[in-house]
Design a protein around this ligand. Sequence first.
Ligand SMILES: O=P(O)(O)OC[C@H]1O[C@H](O[C@H]2O[C@H](CO)[C@@H](O)[C@H](O)[C@H]2O)[C@H](O)[C@@H](O)[C@@H]1O
Length: 248
Amino acid sequence: MMPETPPPLPRHDWALFLDFDGTLVPLADHPRDTSVSEALRHLVARLAHELDGAVAIISGRPVADLEALLAPLDLPLAGVHGLEWRDTSGGYHSAVAHPERLAACRDALADFVAGHDGLHYEDKRVALALHYRGAPELAAECRHFMAEWQQALGDDVETVAGKCVIELRPAGVHKGTAIARLLDDPVFQGRRPVFVGDDVTDEDAFREVNARGGLSVRVGDGKTAATYYLESVKKVLTWLEHLPSRPT
Ligand SMILES: O=P(O)(O)OC[C@H]1O[C@H](O[C@H]2O[C@H](CO)[C@@H](O)[C@H](O)[C@H]2O)[C@H](O)[C@@H](O)[C@@H]1O
């Protein structure tokens, strides 16, 4: 069901979890076309300062990608939908003991992409993503290719679909588990969890914060478990800017 209400204004007692693509930055033709403006960097830094560090980015992008895009900010980050993360002390962790599990698919994926104009793939080391934004007519063929590899590799691997992308990754970890892990950290503990996201892969996170009495905010249209709605990236940024500064 589509939520219709805009969320309440941001508060200092929140634990704020933000998706990246489609939430903080608009979608682009290619992942490498995305950049972070000084204004966005400044906004996120201010939010982290006002919330005493209880702000994290929860993304499908690898942690290294997020670090490069957001530098010099040193926020906690969950990458590849929670398969890897940077904790509140800056330590890197991975939930994947055997990244070589996907090796068999890597070369086949490179060949598949080379044989189809408009496709490209992202090697996230612990996951493989097949992008078809440049050839939407190939969506079904891409889904079929990744589903066959999932079946070949077995049930401990799953496919997950996002916006013009299908990902092959180890099963059982998602943005909801990423948020649950961060909420055990003293920096986030005792705060009301709030998650903002725009995609199907954000639904696990909406369910997690809903179950904890938090707030879930969906950006843009679509069937969702989120209870609040904002129309666009621009509206998200304007809403976040409403967090008041504490008196110094
Ligand atoms: O969880 P997110 O932070 O929203 O990341 C989801 C995926 O974002 C990127 O792909 C998406 O954005 C690209 C750039 O705008 C766009 O070209 C692509 O079609 C989208 O699917 C990123 O490349 C993926 O790794 C993330 O999983």
